[in-house]
Design a protein around this ligand. Sequence first.
Ligand code: COA
Length: 299
Amino acid sequence: MALVVRPARAEDLPRAQQLVTRSINDLTVRHGFGPIATPRPADFQAFCLRDDPRGLWLADDAGDVAGFAMSWVCDRLWFPAELFVAPGRQGQGIGDQLLRRTLAQASQAGASEKCLITFAFNLVSQGLYVRHGLLPRVPIHLCRVERESLALQTRGAAFRATPIEQTGADLDALRKLDAAALGIAREKHHRYLLGDASIKGVFLNDGGGRVGYAYIAATGHIGPMAVMHGDAMPGAFRTALDIAAAGQGKQVSVFVPGTSAALAVAVELGMRFALPMVLMSAGEHGDWTRYLPRNPGFM
Ligand SMILES: CC(C)(COP(=O)(O)OP(=O)(O)OC[C@H]1O[C@@H](n2cnc3c(N)ncnc32)[C@H](O)[C@@H]1OP(=O)(O)O)[C@@H](O)C(=O)NCCC(=O)NCCS
């Protein structure tokens, strides 16, 4: 039977995530970064499938997963979270077919903005996205440090952190912060994060009120984080680092755009660049001085 590209089903997701892990590690080993991915539960993928199945596609070769793609739409933004083809099957047009299927979700959902994050060293993915009108715009570094060495460096939070609750008032405050930083609302994604007991969500308050929000995972990973004004980024970032440094994770990690004042703070505090990524978009999208993405899939 020939390869078919078909809508992904819930039962496909664990096998699709195995393929994603294999494809990432094949790529990063080839580029000298070593294997960086380990299989994870397909929780966010299952959430996206329930939310809008038009974004999830599988390249199925007689029961073998040859490729997988997933995109989500939030407000007017379309975002391809995963596009992976099996090593050995790449360069045969499968990625292009999968990408076209997810792009149909953007037009069906009326999403006018398109944006994604890919590996800065992957010429193939960048070339493919450029062919579909998404251009490389902002470098993003995954920054990492041992938590214990960071804990020695942070000197008290700049801002006061208060927990985010799933109340109308708090979701409204998040909506305003996202509107300032990204120009879109992401309520369903906040609800997803706030429903995860292993992630702490906080508002960051200066004397005058809420200037931002940050999520800090028990693993020590920070993001997403947003601030109302670019000036608040260094203080907000130091506060999020302080919370992560007081946690139990072995390391503290965060994706930082090259346009963000947080990058200098990260280096000053001894964080190392671990993986170069790049933000690509179909037009100007978001203010990347005010936002730190959670990861290239959730954004
Ligand atoms: C990126 C990936 C999904 C693409 O899928 P694929 O099936 O290999 O790609 P396709 O064969 O459909 O398309 C390849 C296209 O990339 C582009 N391309 C490849 N090399 C290129 C280069 N050096 N410069 C510019 N464009 C290039 C071309 O448009 C090419 O199409 P063409 O051969 O018809 O000209 C796949 O290679 C992959 O899984 N890579 C590893 C994981 C990864 O980086 N995923 C992206 C995460 S966002």
